[in-house]
Design a binder for this molecule. Structure first.
Ligand code: ATP
Ligand code: MG
Length: 427
């Protein structure tokens, strides 16, 4: 046993309770660095008619914030309603899903199997709500065909529940059609007309609220918009130090600093590295009370293997070519060396690329123009569009979460990116 007093079962339990690389967080004790945001939402909820819109990068923690807030404001007898938008969903189906949340899933599926449910066209009658038969317990709510019907479904849901109903509408970026987005905007503008005890939390990967509400600026007045930023290093560290404390061990300070830098403000990577690092300590034949460089390495390599497949696939597609594979990797590493959202080619070349190439053996350096060409190529589909270009030599990762994965890849090959950044402040 390599961690004193901790059995295999103990470690599994502690890790599963504290590290969730593939699941969202639902309780405030585990949601680090969001205290101020939780207060903002709490105050917004005390203002009549105000709804919440959470936006930010992919993987930054939007769903976790929405769920934690929702659970804090509802009791177990009145759990929040959670619906996800889909690429093929439209506004009507999303509202329908909210209505269907009232009906236990087994009843919905059994009904569908017996051919009774999933009536997507409105049968009419039923006060515009569109329940396909009269009894709530065994029916499906059909998709609304108009704004008024949508509002009616929400009124109906609220009326069926005691106290405040919180409704989370997640992944709104997946609604691609402008016409469907407009229906949402129109709906949001009319939420005050509901006169029902419901609060909405909308979430989406967006740069600002106008992407959702382009033609309806007045809908913006109803929303408290919350831009969720990446986590500070000190909050990322807490994800691990809380676990270490429970195991009565310590994590090397150098490892903590590097984990903060590598993960670049995205908690997913910290959870992943943490799981592998703690198991590495547990598997150590010697009893350990403090992590060492080997445990850190186990954390990094384990995290690399277990990172979300979509990120791995994008990296491979961007770099694996019949020729120049390493050129592309080095170019990506150079871009990932700084956390700045956009970087200019001269800065990337002088500040990062040259430094990386000095550490590489047997590799020849590209000229600045050649490096520029690599980034231009990586904007294309054939390179997974991993890079976005902004003209005049400015480049960025299309999705910031990619930077953490690129840093992990470089780290596993001995290139410690992001090291020069301030460790205490915002990454
Ligand atoms: N404040 C936090 N403290 C610690 N871990 C967090 C925090 N917020 C999120 N996480 C963790 O980070 C990961 C991503 O969180 P979440 O799924 O909430 O992000 P998201 O922004 O909704 O992602 P997506 O854009 O993919 O929907 C999860 O593993 C979650 O457990
Ligand atoms: Mg999410």
């Amino acid at each position: 046993m390599a961690i004193r007093g901790i059995t295999d079962a103990d470690l599994k339990l502690i890790l599963s309770e504290n590290l969730t690389p593939s699941d969202s967080i639902k309780t405030p004790e585990r949601l680090f660095g969001r205290e101020r945001t939780l207060t903002t939402i709490d105050r917004a909820f005390s203002s009549p008619g105000r709804q919440i819109f959470i936006y930010g990068d992919r993987g930054v923690g939007k769903t976790s914030l929405a769920l934690t807030t929702a659970f804090m404001h509802t009791g177990v007898e009145n759990l929040p309603i959670y619906v996800m938008c889909g690429r093929t969903n439209n506004f009507g189906q999303t509202i329908q899903a909210i209505g269907n949340a009232l009906i236990p899933v087994e009843q919905r599926l059994e009904k569908a199997a017996s051919g009774g449910g999933f009536n997507f066209s409105l049968p009419g009658g039923f006060g515009g709500i569109g329940v396909s038969d009269g009894t709530q317990a065994s029916s499906n709510i059909t998709a609304p065909q108009s704004l008024n019907e949508a509002l009616d479904i929400i009124r109906y849901v609220a009326a069926k529940r005691a106290n405040t109903t919180i409704i989370i509408v997640d992944e709104m970026e997946r609604i691609e059609s402008q016409a469907e987005r407009e229906k949402f905007a129109e709906f949001i503008r009319n939420i005050p007309e509901l006169n029902a005890d419901v609060r909405f939390i909308f979430c989406g990967i967006m740069h600002d609220v106008s992407e959702l509400l382009q033609t309806h600026p007045s809908a913006g007045r109803i929303l408290e918009t919350i831009e969720l930023k990446r986590l500070n290093y000190s909050d990322l560290w807490k994800i691990l130090t809380v676990v270490a404390k429970k195991l009565n061990i310590e994590i090397q300070e150098e490892a903590l600093i590097r984990i903060g830098q590598v993960s670049d403000g995205f908690p997913h990577y910290v959870h992943l590295i943490g799981e592998c690092l703690f198991w590495g300590m547990f598997d150590d034949p010697d009893e350990v009370t403090r992590s060492n460089a080997d445990h850190y390495k186990i954390g990094i390599t384990g995290a690399l293997q277990r990172t979300e497949a979509a990120l791995q696939a994008a990296y491979e597609k961007a770099t694996r070519k019949t020729r120049n594979t390493e050129d592309y990797e080095e170019a990506l590493w150079a871009l990932a060396d700084s956390t700045s959202d956009k970087r200019q080619i001269s800065d990337i070349y002088d500040q990062s690329y040259k430094w990386i190439m000095m550490k590489r053996t047997g590799r020849s350096m590209l000229s600045r123009e050649q490096l520029n060409q690599r980034y231009l190529a990586m904007r294309k589909d054939s390179h997974a569009r991993i890079v976005a270009g902004f003209g005049s030599g400015w480049f960025a990762f299309r999705e910031n979460i990619m930077r953490g994965y690129v840093r992990l890849r470089a780290e596993a090959q001995g290139i410690d990116l992001g090291r020069h950044e301030n460790t205490a402040g915002r990454p």
